[in-house]
Write a new protein. Structure first.
Length: 249
């Protein structure tokens, strides 16, 4: 499947830059794409785009929706408190406050959250360190503003919790940290990736970059496989240590 979205939409500071209908179509498209890559299976993940800044209006996937089969009705518009702005049968994602915290940052027009195998694994393997270091890979240049492979990025790992308000506060604190600012994305332990962009297309590109790099880093962290000795190979080819072909039974 092509990495280009069928309904590319760019969202910025005002609602006039993208209608709710086109935003819904674009999010249906991105959900199908991320599902096809194995990064948003079943009802995992959630996505959002900024419809307006003042007041903040965020179009967000509703809770419990299969991301590979999203419909245009599977979304809800929330305000800066994470509450739906109009009566609806849809329930906002349980992680709405994380989207709100990120969407309130200057230059953020879309937020994507994925649950991939490699993102889950590296977040577990590097939990004690508190971050995943990604350095000197050409693919880093796919992140907006990075122009050389000679770059090191530490992707923070936050502990998983059902207290999303507390987690959002931690994320906001890191976003405001001038010494170690939170850039491009973060991981939640044994959970998944959050990344963002100026628009949905940029956020989707950042997902692709991170997921590629998580797999590269993850594979490099895997223990090397022990080389099979010649006598072991001979025994295996014979079907067992006594020469009997157990596979034929």
């Amino acid at each position: 499947m092509s990495s280009q979205l069928k309904n590319p939409v760019q969202f910025g500071r005002t609602a006039s830059e993208g209608t709710r209908e086109s935003a819904q179509a674009a999010l249906v498209d991105v959900g199908s794409y991320l599902h096809s890559r194995g990064w948003s299976l079943a009802t995992s993940s959630n996505y959002s785009v900024v419809l307006s800044r003042d007041p903040l209006r965020l179009l967000l996937t509703a809770s419990g929706k299969d991301k590979g089969r999203l419909k245009r009705t599977d979304f809800v518009v929330v305000d800066e408190t994470g509450r739906a702005v109009a009566p609806t049968d849809q329930r906002p994602s349980a992680e709405t406050l994380l989207h709100v915290a990120l969407a309130q940052q200057q230059g953020v027009g879309a937020v994507l959250h994925t649950h991939s195998v490699w993102g889950t694994l590296v977040s577990d393997w590097r939990r004690e360190a508190g971050f995943v270091r990604i350095a000197d890979y050409e693919m880093l240049k796919g992140l907006e503003g990075i122009h050389t492979h000679e770059h090191a990025l530490d992707v923070p790992i936050f502990d998983n919790t059902q207290d999303i308000a507390a987690l959002a506060a931690q994320v906001e604190a890191r976003l405001a940290d001038r010494v170690h600012p939170l850039q491009y994305g973060f991981l939640i332990h044994r959970h998944g990736l959050y990344t963002w962009g100026r628009d949905l297309d940029e956020a989707r590109r950042h997902v692709e970059v991170f997921e590629f790099l998580f797999e590269v880093v993850g594979r490099s962290m895997e223990p090397p496989r022990r080389q099979e000795r010649p006598e072991e190979r001979m025994t295996r080819n014979q079907g067992g240590s006594d020469g009997h072909d157990y596979d034929s039974q």
